[in-house]
Every structure is written in C-alpha cells, then in structure tokens.
Design a binder for this molecule. Structure first.
Ligand SMILES: Nc1nc2c(c(=O)[nH]1)N[C@H]1C(S)=C(S)[C@@H](COP(=O)(O)O)O[C@H]1N2
Ligand SMILES: [Mo]
Length: 311
C-alpha cells in the first residue's frame, strides 16, 4: 500500500457498524445514535481514537492506525448492557467489540524480547522533562500523611502500612511511559518492591492471577500478578522528597515496564484476584497487560498487525 491514507471514513464506518450491531441486539437504534463524533490523536499521531458519546449513556470508540481498525469498544451503562440478547453477545465476544467489565479472551502474549533499561526510547514514545498530571477521578482535596493500603486476598484481608513501605523502600531509577506518547525517564523514586511489601503484610502470594489496584477516588488498574511481583513497586518518594499530592501521595504503583495508566496513584486498595477483571482504562479498550516493549496499547490486536496489513 502506498500514499496517504485518510482513514476517517473507514473509522466512521467501523464506529457505525459497532453501533448498528449493538442497536440490533438492543432494539434500541435511536438510543445508540452517535451524538457528537470526535477524533483524538495519540502517541505522536500514530493512533487515532474515534469516539462518540451515546444518547443511551456511555461511549463508543474505535481505535485505528493508518486505516486499520485495532480495537472497537463500547462502554455502556449496566442497565443497557443487561438488555443485549444472546446472539449479539456472542458476536461481541468474537473479538472486534469488547464488553464492559471483562476481557474478550485471556490476553495473548507475543514472545518477543523485552526492553532493558538503557535501550533508548521505546517505539512511539518521546522523552519530556516533567510529569503530566493525570487524575481521571479528580485530584484529591486532602491526602493522608501515611499510607494505609488494604490488601484483599482469597485468604483474607490485611494491610500494607507506611512502616512496611519505609522498611522495604529503596531509591531506584525508574521510567514512566504514558500510552499517549510521553515518557519521563530516569527519575529517582523511593520505591518498595511489591513482593516484599506483600510478604511483610503476611500475604502468601500466589504466582498466577491478577493484581487490581484502586485509588481513594475510585480509579483502578489491573496488572498480571507475575509482572507486579517481579517488576512492580509501591512508591512513596520522588527525587529526594516524599511523593507530592499530584504524583499520588502518600503511595502509588510504579510498574516501569508497563504503560503509565497501570501506575495507580493515591493507592488505597490492592486486590489479588484469580480471574481477570477490567480497571478504568481497560474497560475503555486499553490492553490487559500494557507492556511498553511490545506496544501493548490496546486490546485485541497489536501494532505488528498494522505492518502485516501494509504488505
Ligand atoms: N488514581 C489515578 N492514578 C493514575 C491515573 C489516574 O487518572 N488516576 N492516571 C494514570 C496515567 S494514564 C498515567 S500516564 C500516570 C501519570 O502519572 P503522573 O500523573 O504522576 O504523571 O498516572 C496513572 N495513575
Ligand atoms: Mo497515561
């Protein structure tokens, strides 16, 4: 394929197809009408998110790159979801469209080498000097002076407190890569390895499963447990100081190998789960694991499929 592709028409068609499919299953054509079509460019303009709020509530999104639709997702209110019939549900589960609240399939991991520190900027990322502050749930008005993270496991509930974090934390150089394309690399974090913090809290950690992290305000992210235990931290300090309010005080996750949306700030709950469940961005079409080195930005497909489609 050569020349420029203006993929807006294809993406719009995919968005309409998604709405039609949902409409058929719901007998609700009007309610699913696109109310306000918009386009957002991500990751140095390599990905385009086409989205529209729905009259029924919720939102439909299609993510595309150079004319290839990577993912389509509808985020619908539970009351609307409950009305989807079995045959539409089956078509949705086949893989182009995601349901709210769970993954289409167990994620497929591609066997490719993973970036090591010092490998340089990952694909699609640009280094910037300062953090961009995100707070999907809104910034907290006040922050407690010490961390108190409740840990829920199949065996019961326990707590990771400030004392445990201070006992296990070390100053480490860690990177953060936001899926929108910016990276803040080489900052010095005071970070407690998750595995150690859980051990001191008395958790006998299973190896398989998922870690769901929640913030005080209700944000959530989900991470494969193995990744969290091998490469995950709870951070309480940055560049020689305690963590600031905007950075997630008193404690946040840092998972240097995974995109930034996994790094839940204002961390108050950790759930160790056997089965996968979506967090905030995963429910909006973002990847179950989110490994930067493999550009696991969105569910369903990976960027190498774009290249495949171009040949
Ligand atoms: N509680 C909470 N944590 C969050 C987010 C959020 O909206 N709420 N945004 C995430 C995203 S998308 C990124 S890239 C990083 C950004 O971290 P920063 O705000 O410290 O730059 O925080 C992550 N943690
Ligand atoms: Mo992000």
């Amino acid at each position: 394929m050569t020349g420029r592709i203006d993929s807006r028409d294809e993406a719009r068609a995919a968005l309409e197809g998604l709405l039609r499919l949902l409409g058929e299953g719901l007998g609700l054509e009007d309610g699913l009408e696109a109310a306000d079509y918009s386009v957002e460019l991500l990751a140095r303009r390599r990905f385009t998110v086409h989205s529209t709020p729905l009259r029924s509530g919720g939102e439909a999104r299609v993510v595309e790159a150079r004319g290839v639709v990577l993912a389509a997702a509808a985020v619908l209110p539970a009351s609307v979801m409950a009305r989807i019939d079995a045959s539409t549900r089956e078509r949705l589960e086949k893989g182009t469209v995601l349901r709210v609240g769970d993954a289409v399939e167990p994620p497929v991991y591609l066997p490719r080498p993973v970036l090591e520190p010092g490998d340089g900027e990952p694909a699609g990322q640009k280094a910037i000097p300062r953090f961009v502050t995100y707070a999907a749930e809104g910034l907290p008005k006040t922050v407690p002076s010490g961390a108190a993270i409740r840990v829920y496991t199949p065996q019961g509930t326990t707590m990771i407190d400030q004392r445990i974090l201070e006992e296990t934390a070390e100053w480490l150089v860690l990177d953060m890569h936001c899926v929108t394309g910016w990276s803040v690399e080489g900052k010095l974090w005071l970070a407690a390895p998750l595995r150690e913090a859980l051990r001191l809290a008395g958790v006998s950690v299973p190896w398989e499963g998922w870690l769901l992290a929640r913030s005080a305000g209700g944000y959530a992210s989900v991470v494969p447990l193995e990744e969290a235990l091998e490469h995950g931290y709870i951070a309480v300090g940055l560049e020689g100081k305690p963590l600031g309010r905007d950075r997630g005080a008193p404690a946040r996750l840092v998972l240097p190998r995974l995109y930034g949306w996994k790094h839940t700030k204002w961390l108050t709950e950790i759930h160790l789960l056997e089965a996968y469940t979506d967090g905030y961005w995963e429910a909006r079409g973002y990847h179950e694991r989110g490994l930067v080195a493999l550009e696991e930005r969105f569910k369903i497909r990976n960027p190498e499929l774009i290249e495949a489609a171009e040949h």
